[in-house]
Design a binder for this molecule. Structure first.
Ligand SMILES: Cc1ncc(COP(=O)(O)O)c(C=O)c1O
Length: 395
């Protein structure tokens, strides 16, 4: 498979409606057809003997009695952990990044007056989880302002370093920010946090599959992220990696049979649920490996960067950050006549979809409407050309 076979030639490997130009892979992901087929096979297998499968093949309690060795969930975790440079038993599945963040924050031993550091780029749901955890334990959330124009990773490290104070206990850092779509220098930030006694939780919602991720090398305490966005898993499939020193104190947001028996027992049976999004995760990784992981990531990065430059050229704007902080998504601010508020951005999103059949994320940042383009191997520059034309007509 060569890069010139990516683009619209790949569209038939996805279920996506061919009438829509889909430039929004990052928002809720889109699993390839072969992954959905693998998931359906698992569902068929489960439904032949549901109790047997869930209680003896998946539940850690049942597996222990029924067979030596690993449950189906642990086998899938081994594959996913391998993709992320980690050990299988340091990684558990969660429904999504939101669940992972909630588990960590609810387990954290906040003391009165502690401060949680959260950048102003944090995802809204994650910020709420931090505010909820903090307020119920007399802690506070401090929001770090990032520079409006980021010249390089050093700007981000400096901003975090300056915001850490004597009460800071934990920092929540995005691996890839949601609105500005910037890849943050997590390892450097983690080094600063460690030096100053601050625990670090990474929100990797957009990272696995989009960029190379080797979790243990980052030096963080917890890493949670999604597989259903860029690692091509079915929804809902998230992961939570935990430094071994932090494992005994971590519990899921929903407590069930595994209490105090270690993270794999606690998280592998959160009550009865559909395990197929997690069991099918290796199928997404296998498809990406078949196409070439580096090739996929390179194609998506180049397309995202070129798309950002093209949009910026049209409106004498510039992408939110430099190329070395860009992964498979890029955000470009639009000129004032596109509006300045979240409502203006939502209206633009609707016009693009309903009048031009283009699905792309738009939001408001720093009083400017911005477009965030996701680049996936089923996209090509002509999709960006369609977006540029539609934006011209919409303005
Ligand atoms: C940075 C970031 N964190 C967390 C989330 C939440 O992801 P999920 O809804 O899968 O939990 C998102 C969603 O896009 C995100 O962009």
């Amino acid at each position: 498979m060569t890069d010139d076979q990516f683009g619209h030639a790949m569209r038939n490997r996805w279920m996506l409606d061919p009438a829509i130009t889909y430039l929004n892979h990052g928002t809720v992901g889109a699993p390839p057809k072969c992954v959905l087929e693998a998931q359906q096979k698992l569902r068929d297998e489960i439904e032949r003997q549901p109790s047997h499968f869930l209680l003896r093949e998946v539940s850690p309690k049942g597996v222990g009695k029924w067979k030596r060795g690993r449950s189906r969930l642990r086998e899938a975790a081994d594959v996913v952990a391998g993709f992320l440079g980690a050990k299988g038993d340091d990684l558990v599945f969660v429904d999504n990044t939101t669940s992972g963040v909630n588990a960590i924050l609810r387990s954290f031993d906040f003391r009165e007056g502690d401060e949680v550091l959260v950048p102003d780029t944090a995802y809204g749901g994650v910020l709420h989880a931090a505010q909820y955890a903090a307020r119920s334990r007399s802690a506070t959330v401090r929001i770090v302002e990032f520079p409006k124009s980021v010249r390089g990773p050093g700007d981000i490290v400096k901003a975090i370093d300056a915001a850490i104070g004597p009460k800071t206990r934990i920092a929540i850092i995005d691996h890839i920010t949601t609105g500005t779509a910037l890849v943050l220098p997590v390892a450097e930030i983690a080094a600063r946090c460690r030096k100053r006694g601050v625990a670090i939780l990474v929100d990797g919602a957009h990272a696995p599959g989009a960029i190379h991720v080797d979790i243990p090398s980052l030096g963080v305490d917890w890493y949670t992220g999604n597989l259903h966005k860029w690692a091509w898993s079915p929804r809902s499939s998230g992961v939570l990696w935990v430094d071994p020193a932090r494992q005994a104190s971590l519990h899921p947001a929903v407590i069930s049979w595994g209490l105090d028996q270690g993270i794999t027992h606690e998280f592998d049976w959160p009550g009865t649920r559909d395990p197929t999004p997690h069991l099918a995760a290796p199928a997404g990784l296998a498809f990406m490996r078949e196409l070439g992981v580096e090739r996929v990531q390179h194609y998506n990065h180049e397309l995202a960067w070129n798309a950002g430059c093209e949009l910026a050229r049209q409106w004498e704007s510039k992408p939110m950050g430099p190329e070395d902080m860009t992964g498979a998504m890029i955000t470009v601010p639009l000129p004032p006549h596109f509006g300045s508020t979240a409502d203006d951005a939502a209206a633009l999103r609707d016009v693009l979809l309903f009048e031009h059949q283009i699905e792309v994320h738009a939001g408001a940042l720093n009083n400017q409407v911005c477009v965030r383009i996701s680049a996936q191997i089923y996209n090509e520059m002509s999709d960006v050309g369609r977006l540029v034309n539609a934006l011209r007509l919409a303005s």
